[in-house]
Design a protein around this ligand. Structure first.
Ligand code: PHE
Length: 448
């Protein structure tokens, strides 16, 4: 096993931060966040979300980056190299499994984004009102093969890039394209909150409704924090394994979490006010953005062009996240089975593609087939976000807090004299607060 081979490193800290922000920011912020907010009562959700990022998300991000840098290996090898001959590597195995499940449905929604880009470019949404937009969406997802074609195209692009290694092109491309995405998002939020009737939505989104908070909202928020920050799946850990000793883990974690949070909130300000302005239901679920956004673009001058550029950028944001998910799976297969990068990438992508077929069909022809009451895609989305990712997070916090010990982790973080002023608060959080509160949320959420 080539665990101790010389590893690549990020060229610069900014390169690392941008790539990790690229992994964090994706469909989770723009598609999933407004959907979950819509389904969980607006302001109630937002408040819980902020608290969970602060006391659970951030400490775990620091922990994952440190394990990665210390272990210098894929997710499975990292645990093996820190605690050899113990079963803790199983955390890595569960992560790889969840990565496969996540990418199988993530690529379906990414495929929708590609198709929307194409539809805007060919003017299909020109002058469309609510009814037409809803019909266009329905007739797209009801076709069995067409969405699969777009999903396959998306996976194929991801495969080509991962096969060549984390190519500099994508790093450079995201450095240029992510800022354009931010600017477009801010402009859209401005447009959305100034629509007639939007204000009601703004208030619904930001007013903390304490009475609406229940354990399901908390469980939903926990899952969303993990999904959005790419935690509990080895993506952050694997990116941490390419870090140099002098890189400041605490500062980077803060920047990554804050950027991710900002983009989620801006996306909320785009979607939620528009939902109210156009008289839609916030509980529409997964298709929410694919219905509201074309309506907003329809209300703008050069809306078709803006729509096309928005979905190009959304597809790129999805791509930089998908790359990080596939990379976790590929790196682990390479390490464990001694496969070449090409073989590992090809086989993993094939498995993911076959698994994605029921997800894709479940949004159309197979809508009536339910798993625990959900269509297959929603079922996978829910069990990965509210079960697998937090479970891995919980095990990781126990590993850091009680097996590797916070003391050794702080030593890793402060190597090369990197300042970590809040190290004692962090140690307390990772040892007691993170595992206990996550265990509590997971158990009571599932019993409720
Ligand atoms: N964080 C990504 C997003 O918000 C999704 C993701 C989840 C990426 C888990 C890596 C690991 O879209």
């Amino acid at each position: 096993m080539d665990l101790f081979q010389k590893r690549e490193q990020w060229q610069t800290s900014q390169g690392f931060i941008l790539a990790t922000i690229g992994s964090a920011i994706g469909l989770g912020n723009i598609w999933r966040f407004p959907t979950v907010v819509g389904e969980s009562g607006g302001g109630a959700f937002l408040l819980v979300y902020l608290i969970i990022i602060l006391i659970l998300g951030l400490p775990l991000m620091l922990g994952e980056l440190s394990i990665g840098r210390r272990g210098k290996s894929s997710i499975i090898g990292a645990f093996m190299s820190i605690k050899p001959h113990t079963p803790w590597w199983l955390i890595g195995a569960i992560s790889v499994f969840s990565g496969i499940l996540i990418l199988s449905f993530y690529s379906v929604i990414s495929g929708w984004s590609l198709y929307y880009m194409f539809s805007f470019l060919t003017g299909q949404f020109q002058g469309a009102g609510i009814q037409e937009v809803q019909n266009l969406f329905q007739s797209f997802v009801q076709r069995p093969f067409f969405p699969l074609f777009w999903q396959g195209t998306f996976l194929f692009i991801t495969l080509c890039i991962v096969m060549r290694g984390i190519h500099k092109g994508i790093e450079r491309a995201s450095t240029v394209l992510m800022p354009i995405l931010f600017v477009l998002l801010f402009l859209l939020a401005l447009r959305s909150i100034t629509l007639d009737g939007a204000w009601e939505g703004v208030l619904w989104f930001i007013r903390p409704q304490l009475a609406a908070i229940n354990i399901q909202v908390v469980l939903g928020a926990l899952g969303q924090v993990f999904f959005s920050l790419s935690l509990g799946m080895g993506a952050i850990l694997t990116y941490g394994s390419y870090l140099a000793p002098e890189d400041a883990i605490p500062k980077s974690s803060l920047i990554i979490s804050l950027s991710d949070l900002t983009i989620a909130i801006v996306a909320g300000f785009i979607i939620i006010p528009a939902v109210f302005a156009f008289g839609l239901e916030p509980e529409t679920g997964l298709p929410l953005i694919f219905i509201t956004l074309p309506l907003i673009f329809g209300s703008l001058p050069v809306g078709q062009l803006l729509g096309a550029s928005f979905f190009i950028l959304l597809s790129i944001a999805a791509l930089t996240s998908a790359l990080s998910i596939l990379e976790v799976v590929v790196a682990a297969c390479k390490d464990t089975f001694q496969w070449s990068r090409n073989k590992a990438t090809l086989l993993s992508t094939l498995i993911i593609f076959f698994l994605s077929i029921p997800s894709s069909l479940s949004m159309g022809t197979w809508e009536h087939v339910r798993f625990w009451g959900f269509p297959f895609l929603e079922f996978l989305d829910t069990i990965t976000a509210v079960f697998f990712l937090p479970l891995i997070g919980l095990l990781t916090s126990i590993f850091i807090g009680w097996i590797w010990t916070p003391h050794k982790c702080v030593q890793e973080i402060t190597r090369e004299k990197v300042p970590f002023p809040l190290s004692s608060i962090w140690s307390f959080l990772i040892k007691y607060v993170v595992p206990i509160s996550m265990l509590y949320i997971l158990i009571s959420g599932f019993l409720a």
